[in-house]
Design a protein around this ligand. Structure first.
Ligand code: HEM
Length: 126
């Protein structure tokens, strides 16, 4: 059972959102600032075209939504389509942290390799 299967559960994973891409499942959901929106019925009425939303169906389109310079009316409209939020692990800040973590692990492994090479060299000089 996935998180979204729980009745009235307002928390969804990014994987659950990805299924709502208008193809895998007929609904269209998007994520903006860790909030999940059901834009299925709104798409056809989107002044910026339905195709543009189709492009981001099932994804986090925070950057694109803000870059489009939407008016306060657009933000008001958006609010009415909120169906939930992302689970803590999938929130933007945590996604960033996990990337940093793997980056620093990579860095450590690079340092480890360098240290090993250095210690091997010093062994040869002894
Ligand atoms: C998902 C929720 C969205 C809502 C509720 C929404 C709402 C709106 C509204 C009300 C407008 C009319 C202008 C305004 O009031 O700002 C608009 C225009 C526009 N939207 Fe969206 N939008 C959404 C998503 C997106 C996304 C993901 C993009 C991707 C870039 C986008 C791109 C645009 C563009 C380019 C226009 C300008 C159209 C024009 O002036 O010809 N929108 N949107």
């Amino acid at each position: 059972m996935t998180v979204g299967d729980k009745i009235n559960c307002p928390y969804y994973t990014l994987n659950e959102v990805a299924l709502r891409d208008g193809k895998t499942m007929k609904e269209v959901w998007v994520v903006i600032k860790d909030v999940v929106y059901d834009v299925t019925n709104f798409m056809e009425n989107h002044p910026g075209s339905s195709e543009i939303i189709e492009e981001y169906a099932g994804t986090d389109c925070t950057k694109e939504f803000y870059q489009a310079g939407h008016s306060s009316e657009a933000f008001r409209e958006l609010k009415t389509m909120k169906i939930g939020e992302l689970v803590e692990e999938d929130k933007q800040v945590n996604r960033g942290r996990s990337q940093e973590k793997s980056q620093s692990l990579d860095d450590n492994s690079r340092i480890d390799k360098k240290d090993k090479r250095r210690s091997r060299r010093s062994f040869l000089f002894c």
